[in-house]
Design a protein around this ligand. Structure first.
Ligand code: MSP
Length: 639
């Protein structure tokens, strides 16, 4: 058995309802955890809520509730969110849990007894929104960079943790462990914080100002600073110091946070662990922010995206797929419902859904829904590289998942799906079915296709667990067996001949963007079609040279909002600039057969000579390139 695997999300403040950002971090943790189950690792998954501090007291007051009643209510919403999003966490921690409080006190006492905490008077600039003191250097034009408010001068006596003593140690640790904080941009950010002298951390708040917190074990007039309390959840939840789970899972931990809380996790937390004599965590994985219309999501702007609304409207797996496919882990992403609908229609309904129903329909039509017995030699002969392609896909998937490059893992799966679709076109089972003499070949082709679908059903499990289960059920796989296991997934030939397949299902239905868009700025209005152009003669039409071209390469043109530079094979290669980059990523278009106006006068667009025009149709925010429904030799004319 390999190394145990422990994954955590931030514990969320209960001062507001959960939104898309919280859902994202939690879904990432769930995806990573499920992936580790595929690797047969022992896993532990922790999420929960952070319930102490000023923010919470103020939010409770606003609702005329006591802090306790208020935190119970909002914490419940976060727990419900997990259920709705099919999050298979092992423990949901609340910082008001007595077991957590006991561990916080234990650690404070330990660090205090070792002389690392001292009492001192302090005057500083305090931001009530962030619940922390700021140095002049950290403020932007005298204001808190997050809340844009001027901090207040507060003078009080407090307890301080000698964080500065550990600065050199932390720099060395980060330098010696390059993937301690990842992606690299955040590691560099932490190293840049650390290039300035670190101040000691104020870890108490006088009860005269705030009562809703954990009392310091060595001075009952103070409560613990929220971050000192909150970070400890990662070890209190698994029974630090003596619990079995702690012994098994610490320090094999991957923390997931967004960039907003990089500093507490990249600096305070490792130093707290070091000072308490506890080994530091293995990886801190930092993702970017979900924005809306390129700006911050915020209650006051009224643009907060509610994950459950999206999930209820489009389905859980479509939602999980979209946020994992659209955001590059580490970078910011702008949420757009329109892009989500496009992904549902193209990647899910078209590519995956159609392949699945097409193959199952053929298995039913040609073999009455029974997985055919195959001649092993023919099966190998007719694979046309499908098996090796599947193995390569699994390898790419694994390496992307290990590096938290979820979008790449999904791209690899979708390349395989497209390979499978091409396999159907190349082998043309409907032609094989016409002759008795090719029935054996037909069996082999259908068997290989079912095998390919089995591999896909396993690979999508972390991101789309329900779809994965639905596919496996309809491929006649026994729900009690672990078909997600990566080793089993790699063994071509696992599907059993003779199994009866249930009637096929539609995995995803296409969505009409114009119907009830939840978050569109202006709901799509009735479309006005352009008037028909004047008639032309056949002769005039024949002057337009329409050709089939295969896209061999595509790339985004920097600074151009909508343009892709595309290289097509038209018998000969040529370059065309097309305004489709809002609907197609380069990898979406490569390999497609498209229709091109070949004799259009070349024109320079963004400094690139475009020779011809690629035909595409536009409908509000969707665009679709013109293509043909069977493979045609590149360069052949259309008339
Ligand atoms: N309670 C602290 C965390 C303590 S962890 C020991 C806290 N809570 S929070 O409710 O503000 O949650 C912040 C986290 O929520 C982010 O780090 C991120 O995981 C998630 N997100 C909140 N807004 C987000 C976006 N707009 N985009 C992506 N994720 C963000 O900080």
């Amino acid at each position: 058995m390999s190394e145990p695997f422990y994954i955590t999300t931030p514990i969320y403040y209960v001062n507001a309802r959960p939104h898309l950002g919280h859902a994202y971090s939690t879904i990432v943790a769930d995806v990573v955890c499920r992936y580790n189950l595929m690797r047969d690792r022992a896993t532990f998954f922790l999420t929960g809520t952070d319930e102490h501090g000023d923010k919470i007291v103020r939010a409770a007051k606003n609702e005329n509730l006591s802090p306790k009643v208020y935190v119970d209510k909002i914490s419940g919403l976060f727990k419900d969110l997990c259920t709705e999003l099919r999050i298979r966490y092992d423990h949901f921690i609340r910082t008001t849990d007595p077991a957590h409080i006991a561990v916080v006190k234990h650690i404070l006492r330990k660090i205090y007894d070792s002389g690392e905490i001292y009492f001192s008077e302090y005057e500083g600039l305090y931001c009530f929104g962030c619940e922390r003191f700021y140095t002049d250097r950290e403020l932007v034009e005298g204001r808190c960079p997050d809340h844009k408010t001027e901090p207040e001068v507060i003078k009080e006596s407090n307890y301080f943790f000698k964080m500065s003593r550990y600065q050199g140690w932390l720099i060395d640790h980060i330098n010696n462990n390059p993937d301690f904080i990842r992606p690299e941009r955040y590691r560099n950010e932490v190293l840049s914080f650390l290039s300035e002298p670190l101040e000691d951390l104020c870890i108490s708040r006088p009860k005269t100002r705030l009562e809703w917190g954990i009392s310091l074990p060595f001075d009952d007039n103070y409560v613990t600073y929220v971050w000192f309390d909150a970070l400890i959840n990662y070890i209190s939840a698994i029974g630090y110091p003596d619990g079995e789970l702690f012994k098994k899972f610490w320090p094999h931990v991957n923390h997931i946070v967004a960039k907003d809380i990089l500093k507490p996790h990249g600096i305070y937390w490792p130093i707290m662990l070091k000072a308490a004599g506890i080994p530091v965590y293995k990886h801190l994985n930092v993702h970017g922010y979900w924005n809306v219309d390129q700006g911050k999501m915020s209650k006051s702007l009224g643009n907060v995206i509610e994950p459950l609304q999206i999930k209820n409207k489009y389905g859980l797996d479509a939602f999980r797929f979209f946020i994992m496919r659209d955001m590059v882990f580490g970078l910011d992403s702008s949420f757009s419902e329109e892009s989500m609908v496009q992904r549902i229609n193209s990647d899910l309904a078209n590519d995956l859904g159609n392949l699945f129903s097409r193959v199952l329909a053929m298995a039913h039509k040609y073999f009455s829904g029974e997985i055919p017995e195959v001649d092993p030699v023919l099966e190998q002969e007719l694979q046309l590289g499908l098996e090796s392609n599947a193995i390569k896909t699994i390898d790419k998937f694994e390496s992307a998942m290990e590096n938290f490059e979820f979008h790449k893992a999904l791209i690899a799966i979708w390349e395989f799906i497209s390979r499978m679709n091409k396999y159907v076109d190349t082998t043309a089972p409907w032609e094989l079915a016409k002759k008795k003499s090719s029935i054996k070949q037909l069996e082999a082709v259908i068997y290989n296709l079912l095998e390919g679908l089995r591999v896909i059903s396993g690979l999508i499990y972390p991101v789309m667990p329900d779809t994965s289960a639905a596919m496996q059920k309809h491929l006649g796989m026994n729900p009690n067996e672990n078909y997600y296991n990566l080793e089993i997934l790699k063994k071509w030939g696992a599907i059993k001949s003779g199994t009866k397949l249930p009637k096929s299902v539609t995995l995803f239905t296409r969505v009409d963007l114009k119907k009830n868009v939840l978050y569109s700025r202006e709901n799509a209005s009735e479309q006005i079609l352009p008037a028909l152009k004047p008639e032309i003669s056949l002769e005039e039409f024949n002057n337009i040279d329409l050709r089939i071209a295969t896209v061999v390469h595509a790339e985004v043109i920097p600074r151009a909002k909508k343009l892709l530079k595309i290289e097509v094979d038209l018998g000969k290669k040529r370059t065309i600039v097309a305004g489709i980059s809002e609907c197609y990523a380069p990898e979406d278009i490569i390999g497609k057969q498209v229709i091109v106006v070949a004799n259009l006068k070349p024109a320079k667009i963004m400094g690139i000579l475009s020779k011809g025009m690629l035909l595409a149709a536009f409908d509000d925010n969707i665009c679709a390139v013109g293509t043909v429904d069977k493979k045609i030799k590149s360069g052949n004319p259309l008339n």
